[in-house]
Design a protein. Structure first.
Lengths: 207, 207
DNA sequence: CTTGAAAAATGAATTCATTCAGTCTTTTTG
DNA sequence: CAAAAAGACTGAATGAATTCATTTTTCAAG
């Protein structure tokens, strides 16, 4: 059977993760003190640091879970996209955006992004970067699939176009979480507008 | 004449700014302690906080100066760009990138970006965001100017295309500062590659 | 030239994330 | 099963940013 030690470790890890996500939701990232997280998880402060390198590391762990789901939710769209390029891209992008606020507040996103930029070498930061790359690849795959279906011109560099769509949606999402007054609706509209020229131009039907 | 108080204030502000930029360069952002900055500027710690809201605020002030220069250096290119769209965009983008590391290290950029995302409401953060917007507008103006010259198709939404180029270059710059091993050369090549499809497609000569 | 606001400056105290030297628990070995 | 080794846990101590109650300096009115 699994050793006692391993079981206890898994249990503690779960307790810490739950305590942290709970507190982050209840009081926000900044106001959640390590001491409080540790107390709620019934471990000492020191133990918290045995499981996570830092407070930021902890947050990125919860963000990573979120992004995994977003990736998942995009798969079916990529597998069978509408034939129109702008529709397909918009469908995928909106899917991403709609999912993004299910578990995380704008504040948490801001903090997570800030940490992943500032300390790019921590393990969870690397995981976050990887997830970003995977998301970017997913968009490129969408373009590539549309190309195979004959909806996107053959001579187009699907990787480059996918990266462009992705960088755009990512940058705009950053703007969105920075601005507490911006709504999801406005974000989607704006991004769709920005995507239109490229989407139209790479389409087979384009003039 | 200017009151004594106003003169002293300006002088102190200059001393603090110089002390901070100096220390940031010499030892990096993290290692520069407020106490040291204050000492070098010959003021107390408390006074430092009368002039800047936080250490991050201080950094963003130095970054803002840098971005102003970048903007400036772009103006002449926008005013009289090469007629080829990809060349024009690449020239401008490379100009931005080359200038970016003159005063600031990757570490400083990372920290500045992190702060501007995490605390978007502080005054310098807003200034930073404004500068970003101005940069974006400059790229759009370039596209618009190329359009007036007849190098870009008439029906194209210059604002949308400019935003796309800008978001792409900005996002890639973020990746660049995150990765200590990435060189300016590699960054430029990659961005040029990503820009090529859109640049080609909006060009008048495009197939 | 006084004097009493108003503005600035001060630095000791506070707050929190993070560390680390010592203690306790589990596992392994003989 | 006993002893030793390895692995976890602990919480008081550390260090740095930020705050704030006091003190000092400047300004302007009479």
């Amino acid at each position: 059977m699994t050793g006692l030690r391993a079981r206890q470790k898994a249990d503690k890890n779960r307790r810490i993760l739950e305590a942290a996500t709970g507190l982050f939701h209840e009081v926000g990232y900044d106001a959640a003190r390590i001491e409080d997280i540790a107390e709620r998880a019934a471990v000492s402060v020191g133990t918290f640091y045995n499981y996570y390198q830092s407070k930021g590391d902890m947050l990125l762990a919860t963000v990573a879970m979120e992004v995994e789901e977003v990736l998942d939710s995009g798969r079916s769209i990529v597998a069978d996209p509408p034939r129109d390029v702008l529709s397909a891209v918009t469908l995928l992008v909106d899917q991403y955006y709609d999912h993004s606020l299910v578990y995380l507040s704008k504040e948490m996103w801001r903090t997570a992004m800030a940490i992943s930029i500032q300390q790019p070498e921590t393990p969870f930061s690397k995981r976050y970067t990887d997830l970003d790359r995977t998301l970017c690849a997913q968009v490129s795959t969408l373009v590539s699939n549309l190309q195979r279906k004959g909806a996107v011109r053959d001579e187009i560099d699907a990787g480059a176009v996918g990266a462009m769509f992705f960088n755009n949606l990512n940058m705009m999402f950053t703007e969105f979480v920075r601005d507490e007054t911006m709504t999801l609706e406005r974000l989607k509209l704006e991004v769709a507008r920005q995507n239109r020229p490229l989407a139209t131009l790479v389409s087979v039907a384009a003039t």
